[in-house]
Design a binder for this molecule. Structure first.
Ligand code: URA
Length: 229
């Protein structure tokens, strides 16, 4: 039921426990009962339709995976991490080979298009560990716009999270999505990126998802995401 988007996993368990769910006309109270598209599932007498065409997955991409379906160079791809899904899903946007963090995969072409279209200005939040200690002035220039590839970046949010001996951890929020944008911005500011991780995409947060793990978005997340566009 969580997969079909009728309830959260916890709520679905409550419904099952309280006898509100029928499979092929029979009340089912056993957790983890396996159903297929051929089964007739009802919640409170109403059919639960398998939205088999729309799947939304949040993946915590590790470094050293390419964000493509297939890699001509034979490197590991993000698709290697999301196995066991019946539908074909595709990554929404791209994280570099060496960037980790939140990646959305879906087969909802409309949502994917909107998420990546600049006019929707979807916020992306990155934690970037950079070389050295950027000055206040440098941070201001990153925030107000910095020249990369012959254009000036749109205003960004930049916060210092932590300073180490020879590096600094920054939180960088952008709504553009140009190729290697954060790396290029930091490089142009004189502080090359050592490590880069995306922690937020629009209303989605990576939170406790471990590197290499994935989960389906909750119904609430899907609704919120669609509501943003
Ligand atoms: N900016 C980058 O430089 N790399 C990414 O993977 C994402 C944003």
């Amino acid at each position: 039921m969580a997969y079909c988007g009728v309830a959260s996993r916890r709520k679905a368990e409550e419904y099952i426990r309280s006898g509100m769910v029928k499979v092929n006309g029979v009340v089912v109270t056993k957790m983890g009962t396996i159903v297929t598209e051929a089964d007739n599932v009802e919640l409170n007498g109403k059919p639960v339709r398998i939205e088999k065409n729309k799947i939304y997955i949040m993946l915590h991409k590790p470094r050293e995976y390419v964000t493509t379906v297939r890699d001509p160079q034979g490197r590991k791809t993000v698709m290697d991490l999301v196995q066991g899904i019946n539908e074909r899903v595709y990554p929404v946007g791209r994280l570099d080979y060496d960037t980790s963090g939140l990646l959305l995969l879906t087969n909802d072409g409309e949502l994917a298009y909107k998420m990546t279209h600049p006019s929707y200005e979807i916020l992306k939040v990155y934690v970037a560990t950079v070389e050295g200690h950027p000055s206040q002035e440098t941070i201001r220039s990153l925030e107000s716009g910095i020249r990369i590839d012959g254009y000036v970046t749109a205003p960004a949010g930049v916060k210092v999270i932590e300073k180490y001996k020879d590096r600094t951890k920054l939180e960088i929020t952008i709504h553009e999505g140009r190729n290697r944008q954060v790396r290029k911005m930091c490089e142009a500011a004189g502080h090359p990126v050592i490590m880069l991780k995306r922690i937020k995409l629009g209303c989605l947060s990576l939170n406790g998802l471990k590197s290499g793990q994935w989960r389906f978005l909750t119904q609430r997340e899907i609704k919120k995401l669609k509501g943003m566009m």
